[in-house]
Design a protein around this ligand. Sequence first.
Ligand code: GLN
Length: 195
Amino acid sequence: RPTVGILALQGGVAEHAAMLETLGARVVPVRTEGALTESSLDGLVLPGGESSTVDRLLRRFQLRDPLVEMLAEGLPVLGTCAGMILLAEQIVDPAPGQQSLAVVPISVQRNAFGPQADSATEMLETTLGPVNAAFIRAPAVVSAGDGVAVVARRGTDVAGDGPIVGVATDQAVALSFHPELTGDVTFHHEFLDRL
Ligand code: GLN
């Protein structure tokens, strides 16, 4: 069974862990360089939270450089919400000094749906079928480069013109929303299947 790390510096770690364990994965919370590099991880989850805080903590805990290296070597990764922002090559409106890990050639806008969208839960028509998704101060993808597949838009199916809220590359899946908060295992299941 696959071993999946969850970056556990801040944010919604427990829900991802519970879902991955339900699906049969061995879960390793990652707070140290050792946990990252010595756990034989098959994949990594970057949870939601506050991307600028996680970015700061990554550097404070000296996790950023080893993480960038493992991602450059191709470690499969699933990021939700703040995790999507961390994966993005470009943040349109970063917090002062905020950096990303630049794994997926997308540009993201933080808090793209405004405060009225707080805690909205809705069904999305994704490439994997209908998915129950929670949006909490969610980012949107404002542009996507080569090799990036759109897997979900908000309010329309992927062929429509709704804002892009899910993308995938060969290595990474980045979602604006939180399937782990609604108990929808679709994307986690697909992620584990590919490990
Ligand atoms: N708005 C947050 C950020 O900029 C993300 C919110 C979330 O992860 N639920 O990081």
